[in-house]
Design a protein around this ligand. Structure first.
Ligand code: BYC
Length: 472
């Protein structure tokens, strides 16, 4: 594997210079990307930021830290090392060698999966663009920008695949990825959660905990793909993704920690007047971000996903560690459903049709770990309150429960009751106004906003009061 040469226009660890046509195509997309970054990326002007930049995919290569001027940031293209003996692990083509080119019959489906994945990356940068101006500390500001530049790089990763393997259609899709915008009325981003606002840092932490975690699971399934360049690309993206979820997990930790301190200090649940975020508001934000992220897995039963699996385009989470036949043609699975009597329950379907549910269940188990961790903070402080994941049917807009209303405990309720009670379960305007009122910038070294506890450690062994960002 070559180490990326940062004197090249497009740093990469492949052999981009050997394919002049591809190199030229990407070089002509690059100014459009930079224009998009200028107009839709982070709004806070900075001189430089302490960032991690990938220079290679090996253990050392992607942990290169330095102060970098954001406008000079270089987005590279990285694929995990090729395993020459790799074979397809599942589906109809199981045990055949993986593909280095796109088979004609799967071209449209593969392109669609790559476009959907690619669309989420710039969307999240757009959603987060104004957060720098209200960052609670320089440490958090640096983490925000790290997440943003890596999402930019993940867009590059998908655009590389579109340009390299999908011809003119791929190049047109790559342009479209810069034209759709999060929340736009005329040309919104493809998936629902990526058109929601991320107007405050509690939303940002919930987004990086719940929505980036969908990214982890979807990339995990694409890493299994029989299309080897997609697999190798996703494998490397997953390494970067773990930092994003770290930002979410520890971000919510620190909000809960500060809230708990204020609750004990003032002997009240209502920490709003003392500059904190009450636990019930944290729960409402959790309910919202969790439920919109559940929608990102598609319908409980899906012929799309059955076809993706059978064709070898998209596997299951930890495909190779599963002990079944990896074809699933004779198996069945229980999926969440509205039952014949109108209740919320489960129904049995062919395993292939239920693969979105299978992945969503892996994800839900992982989400629960964070909730347990946050609850330990309350437990250690001797408080009886606990956070909870709402029921899978709560606040869903996609799939089996899109047409019904359910309470967080999974009880089916009427639309009238939902309208009456939803303010107790999802953030209200009053909650959002309170959270936003706390979002005042703390851009001084070593200082932190009053609604969040400082982190236990800094980045890359640096202290919390390190000069992570120099503002312009
Ligand atoms: N919103 O058969 P169905 C990340 C559409 S996040 C709007 O149930 P399928 C990241 C669907 O497209 C990971 N539309 O679903 C995180 C289909 O349309 P068509 C992103 C939706 O196809 C944070 C129809 O409804 N990557 O990386 O089995 C920051 C019926 O769909 C939604 C991927 O998602 C929705 N929520 O599964 C940065 C991986 N859900 O075909 C980055 C690639 C469904 O009838 N995508 N629809 O026109 C996929 O694997 C699948 O397309 C989906 C949907 C899982 C999204």
């Amino acid at each position: 594997m070559t180490t990326a040469d940062y004197t090249e226009k497009i740093p990469n660890n492949g052999d981009l210079h050997e394919d002049r046509r591809l190199q030229r195509a990407l070089e002509s997309w690059q100014p459009n990307f930079l224009h998009w970054w200028e107009s839709m990326g982070p709004t806070l002007p900075t001189a430089d930021v302490y960032l991690r930049t990938a220079v290679n995919v090996g253990r050392e290569g992607w942990a290169h830290f330095d102060h970098v001027a954001m406008r000079d940031y270089r987005w590279g293209i990285f694929l995990a090392e090729r395993n020459r003996g790799r074979r397809i692990a599942f589906g109809h083509h199981k045990d055949e060698p993986v593909w280095q080119k796109v088979p004609g019959e799967y071209r449209a489906d593969l392109q669609r999966l790559i476009v959907i994945q690619g669309d989420t990356e710039p969307a999240s940068v757009e959603q987060q663009r104004n957060l720098g101006a209200v960052a609670p500390s320089l440490y958090d500001l640096r983490n925000l920008f790290q997440v943003n530049v890596e999402e930019g790089r993940h867009l590059w990763a998908m655009v590389y695949l579109l340009h390299a393997y999908f011809g003119r259609d791929g190049r047109e899709e790559a342009e479209e990825l810069l034209h759709r915008n999060s929340g736009s009325a005329e040309s919104p981003r493809i998936l629902g959660a990526f058109n929601e606002e991320t107007p405050d840092w509690l939303s940002f932490f919930m987004f990086t905990y719940f929505t980036d975690r969908d990214g982890k699971y979807q990339l995990g399934t694409l890493k299994e793909s029989a299309f080897d360049p997609l697999s190798r690309t996703c494998e490397f993206m997953l390494k970067e993704e773990s930092h994003h979820m770290f930002v979410g997990t520890t971000g919510v930790d620190r909000v809960v920690e500060r809230t708990v301190q204020l609750m004990l200090e003032h002997d009240t649940d209502d920490v709003g007047p003392y500059g904190g975020i009450p636990l019930n508001v944290i729960q409402k934000y959790l309910n919202f971000h969790y439920s919109v992220s559940l929608d990102l897995f598609g319908s409980e039963t899906s012929t799309n996903v059955a076809n993706y699996f059978t064709s070898g385009l998209k596997g299951r989470w930890s495909e190779e560690r599963r002990s079944d036949d990896h074809r699933l043609t004779d198996e069945s699975i229980m999926v969440d459903a509205v039952t014949d009597d109108g209740g919320i329950g489960q129904t049995e379907v062919a395993a292939l049709l239920g693969l979105n549910t299978d992945l969503r269940r892996e994800y839900i188990g992982d989400c629960q770990n964070g909730v347990n961790r946050w609850n330990k903070i309350m437990e250690s402080a001797g408080l009886p309150q606990r956070l909870r994941l709402p029921h899978v049917a709560f606040n869903r807009k996609v799939g089996a429960f899109a047409g019904i209303e359910a309470a967080p405990d999974g009880e089916r309720i009427s639309p009238e009751e939902w309208a009456r009670r939803k303010g107790a379960w999802l953030p209200t305007d009053v909650d959002k106004t309170h959270v936003r009122s706390l979002m005042r910038p703390v851009h001084e070294r070593g200082k932190i906003a009053a609604w969040i506890a400082p982190p236990r450690q800094g980045i890359n062994g640096k202290p919390f009061d390190y000069d992570y960002v120099h503002l312009a």
